[in-house]
Design a protein around this ligand. Structure first.
Ligand SMILES: CC(=O)[C@@H](O)[C@H](O)COP(=O)(O)O
Ligand SMILES: NCC(=O)COP(=O)(O)O
Length: 251
């Protein structure tokens, strides 16, 4: 199975918002990534609208629909709406993303840093997952390596997205080999339970190949922070094609 690459464009919006206005243009960035072969676009609009905003979600969703590629919308379904942020489920109802990825982030969190506690949150997640699936979305749940896969499978989602922050941290401190077995075991258990596997957070050109080589069945990676940073040096299209080459080599 060949893994697919969804490029997260949050960081393009960070740069744009730092000055107001429309540059860098998030639609142009998305088009460049897709032209370079990326399989889809991800955004994770946050309630404080610090990067991607309501209008970005609408415009990127339309672009992905027109291009026939996956739009992956991430967010916390329990975060209340506020001015400028309709709420995750309301956004999904509006744009019907091909994939809805549920992430348990607190409102003011710097970035995502953990998956769901499926035993604790299963009963509240199940009806939301059913509602999103009824919209036609594939539903993915953000999950820690070592999570309770049985409890996750009972919720009725299609996939788990493995939170790879701990992998990236272990890799950069020279302890990657110690971190991988928990990811591989969780991926195997999820596959056995009928769940697909996505992965994301702090994946980079440096750490992606080793992750894919060790963790079976990863169907999609969503990558933003490192990819946009690397693109400052090498250009967005070249950087996307380098990720695709890493994915190809991993089989
Ligand atoms: C779920 C996940 O790991 C990413 O979506 C990450 O949260 C990106 O969000 P930021 O760009 O706000 O860090
Ligand atoms: N789901 C993970 C994602 O979209 C991108 O995370 P990151 O590469 O920005 O850390």
């Amino acid at each position: 199975m060949s893994c697919r690459l969804s490029v997260n464009l949050n960081k393009i919006a960070v740069l744009r918002n730092s000055r107001g206005g429309v540059e860098p243009d998030i639609l142009r960035a998305a088009t460049t990534c897709l032209d370079a072969g990326a399989h889809g676009i991800t955004v994770h609009p946050r309630p404080d609208a610090r990067h991607t905003r309501h209008d970005d979600v609408v415009a990127l969703s339309a672009l992905c629909d027109a291009r026939g590629v996956e739009f992956n919308l991430e967010g916390n379904p329990f975060a209340p709406p506020r001015e400028g942020y309709a709420g995750f489920v309301a956004l999904c109802e509006l744009v019907r993303p091909a994939q809805a990825t549920l992430v348990p982030d607190a409102d003011a969190q710097l970035t995502s840093d953990h998956g769901f506690d499926f035993v604790r949150d299963g009963a509240s997640l199940a009806p939301l997952v059913a509602r999103l699936r009824a919209l036609g979305c594939r539903v993915s749940l953000f999950a820690d390596a070592g999570c309770d896969v049985g409890a996750a499978a009972a919720i009725g989602a299609d996939r788990l997205e493995l939170y790879t922050g701990p992998w990236a941290e272990a890799f950069s401190s020279g302890h990657g080999a110690e971190a991988l077995p928990a990811f591989a075991a969780t991926a195997r258990a999820a596959t056995d339970a009928g769940l697909g596997i996505n992965a994301g957070h702090d994946l980079s050109q440096a750490n992606l190949g080793a992750f894919l080589a060790a963790v079976p069945g990863v169907e999609e990676v969503s990558i933003g922070h490192a990819l946009i940073g690397e693109a400052l040096y090498d250009g967005l299209a070249t950087t996307v094609s380098r990720y695709l080459a890493i994915i190809d080599r991993a089989g």
